[in-house]
Design a protein around this ligand. Structure first.
Ligand code: PEP
Ligand code: MN
Length: 361
């Protein structure tokens, strides 16, 4: 993976673009003209950023907090474009926002739909309708709740409005459990989305996943290792004084260091030795997967017999003591085999759920 030298707005998110990393940076919110321009100048000087992001209308959890500078900020973005040549991106949440963007000529190149908006199909549809007949590229952030179909539905609504140049942004999901992250990545949902829309690039937003500066690099690296198509990193000239998301924003200087320190694995290698060995590893994994399924099928056949047997003898399907015993012995064995405890528990819960379902049949 390499950095794009020059990016072409017309195909920035289309499949025919060269497979290179898309880097998006800029403040959570546009606050003042000076803040917007100074941040943009420094970001431009890094030489690795393609798109400048800045929120103009901010979806805040609590009223009375800073809700964005509004359309005034659009003109600052025109200056960013004129001065730096960076492409500009803004969040839109209503058709009125879309209208303002088109009224301000040469101000905004790309729009994105935020996580709160993509959670609501009515809002997404209204935005999709207002985009009809235009060819502005659109990025769609994942909805707050971990429901891949909702995310896919939002993407589909935009595609159906005739917009072709579309990207998904992965910003993590609301943490229903206690977590040191602001939003839980749930990487597996991205793989699911990718299998539904193989041609649509997915950009990782480590800032909103992390919620704090110290974790941004680690999450970015993970995204690169997983073959994401880009990164969106909140960057502010003076993060500590930022009017929104202060804790997670980094300076342009820190962004430069971070981009330098990351490693950029390639999606493929043409080294024959590597390909051969990888093939051998994969064959072994395939064999193990099939063995696992065969064993599981054997287990389920016994379960069926047990189900019948319990029924004939008028005994309940769920047996607490047996279940606790299974968990304990397997956890113990898993530990000895070097398996992660949480993984073993999840796997057994899944198997047990299926066993109960089978017996209930
Ligand atoms: C943002 O990008 O600043 C933002 C509000 O993000 P999200 O919609 O992911 O919360
Ligand atoms: Mn933000």
């Amino acid at each position: 993976m390499t950095f794009k030298g020059k990016i072409n707005l017309n195909n920035i998110f289309l499949p025919e673009r060269d497979k290179e990393l898309i880097v998006i940076a800029g403040p959570c919110s546009a606050e003042t003209e000076t803040q917007v321009l100074e941040t943009a100048r420094e970001i431009k000087s890094i030489g690795k950023v393609d798109i400048y992001r800045a929120g103009i209308w901010k979806p805040r959890t609590n009223p009375g907090t800073f809700e964005g500078v509004g359309k005034e900020g659009l003109k600052w973005l025109r200056k960013v474009k004129d001065e730096t040549g960076l492409l500009t991106a803004v969040e839109v949440a209503t058709p009125q926002h879309v209208e303002e963007i088109f009224k301000c000529e040469s101000c905004v190149d790309i729009v994105w739909i935020g996580a709160r908006t993509s959670s609501n199909p009515f809002s997404v549809q209204e935005i999709a309708n207002s985009l009809k007949g235009t060819d502005i590229p659109v990025m769609i952030k994942n909805p707050i709740n971990p429901e891949v179909k909702l995310w896919a539905g939002a993407i589909e609504r935009i595609l159906k409005s005739g917009i072709e140049n579309v990207a998904a942004v992965h910003r993590g999901f609301y943490p229903f459990e206690k977590s040191n992250l602001r939003n839980i990545p749930k990487w597996e949902l991205v793989f699911e989305l990718k299998s539904m829309f193989p041609e649509i690039p997915v950009i990782n937003d480590p800032s909103h996943i992390a919620g704090k500066r110290s974790l941004i690099k680690e999450i970015s690296q993970k995204a690169l290792n997983l073959n994401f198509d880009g990164l969106m990193i909140e960057t502010h000239i003076s993060p500590d004084t930022a009017l929104s998301d202060a804790k997670q924003q980094i300076t342009p200087e820190e962004l430069e260091k971070l981009l330098d320190e990351l490693t950029y694995p390639k999606a493929q290698s043409d080294n024959k030795e590597f390909i051969d060995l990888l093939e051998q590893f994969r064959e072994r994994i395939d064999a193990i997967d099939f063995q696992m399924l065969e064993l599981m099928s054997g287990r389920m056949k016994i379960i069926e017999q047990i189900g019948k047997y319990k029924k004939e003898n008028n005994v309940t399907i769920f047996q607490l003591k047996r279940w606790l015993d299974i968990m304990l012995t397997r956890e113990d064995f898993g530990k000895k085999m070097g398996l992660d405890k949480k993984f073993v528990i999840k796997l057994l819960q899944l198997v047990h759920r299926e066993s109960v379902r089978k017996q209930s049949e």
